[in-house]
Design a protein around this ligand. Structure first.
Ligand code: ADP
Ligand code: ADP
Ligand code: ZN
Length: 213
């Protein structure tokens, strides 16, 4: 199964991807997680990406396309994968097509998770992220068993620098301007499935698996 998860920031891509990993035993490839890891390590890539991410802007297409090309070659992607947060521009979608062509692979479905901006703001301002493994929580909608501690790895939870109200507004604008056209790109290929992202996490997951089957 080769899936793409698209949706505005806070729509639940990461949350649903973690559940899909368990159900289908395929890896999640999140460009956001990979970039945050690079920032944490202070690598040249991380240094370049940090100021753009903090502003809510996208990092350059060639940077993320390079990351994805390397990642898809790893053996754990042989049985399929979940792309979370990539492609985010039409240029990235075109580059992905070329990469997959070379590998003789095709995307099965793009899942387009729809959530309105008001709900996204509530979700993102309450989001907490594990410093260690990157899993997301929500202080009200999906709290960890122990305050500020990750259920899975005991790591500390933190609020991402870009999950502050001003940056959230820029990210939503970037989504509507640059990423929404990606959905049309896959609609033309008949691969886009629209998912109503409102409701409980489990309810959304039922819609996601229903769309895949
Ligand atoms: P969210 O899950 O809230 O949508 P991500 O973790 O996917 O956010 O991305 C965080 C930031 O990382 C983005 O705002 C952007 O700066 C950068 N980023 C992640 N994926 C991409 C991508 N495919 N293209 C360009 N920038 C990206
Ligand atoms: P994305 O990866 O698309 O940016 P996340 O999966 O990180 O989104 O979810 C954003 C925030 O909303 C997190 O705090 C998460 O716990 C919460 N969340 C995810 N799905 C739901 C849902 N169906 N209802 C309420 N909150 C949700
Ligand atoms: Zn963790």
């Amino acid at each position: 199964m080769k899936l793409i998860l698209v949706g505005p920031p806070g729509s639940g891509k990461g949350t649903q991807a973690k559940m899909l990993i368990d159900k289908y035993s395929i890896p999640q490839i999140s460009t956001g997680d990979i970039l945050r890891e690079a920032v944490k390590e202070g690598s040249p890539l991380g240094k370049k990406a940090k100021s753009l991410m903090d502003k809510g802007s996208l990092v350059p297409d060639e940077v993320v396309v390079g990351i994805i090309e390397e990642r898809l070659k790893k053996p754990d992607c042989k049985g399929g994968f979940i792309l979370d947060g990539f492609p985010r521009t039409v240029a990235q979608a075109e580059a992905l097509d070329k990469i997959l062509d070379k590998m003789n692979l095709e995307i099965d479905h793009l899942l387009n998770i729809e959530v309105d901006d008001g709900e996204l703001l509530k979700r993102l301002t309450g989001r907490r992220t594990c410093k260690n493994c990157g899993r997301g929580y929500h202080i009200i909608f999906d709290p960890p068993a122990k305050e500020n501690v990750c259920n899975e790895c005991n790591g500390d939870l933190y609020q991402r620098d870009d999950d502050k109200e001003d940056t959230i507004k820029s990210r939503l604008k970037v989504y509507h301007d640059q990423t929404a056209p990606v959905v049309d790109f896959y609609k033309k290929k008949n691969l886009s499935r629209t998912i109503d992202g409102l409701g409980k996490i489990d309810e959304v997951f039922t819609r996601v698996t229903g769309a895949i089957n």
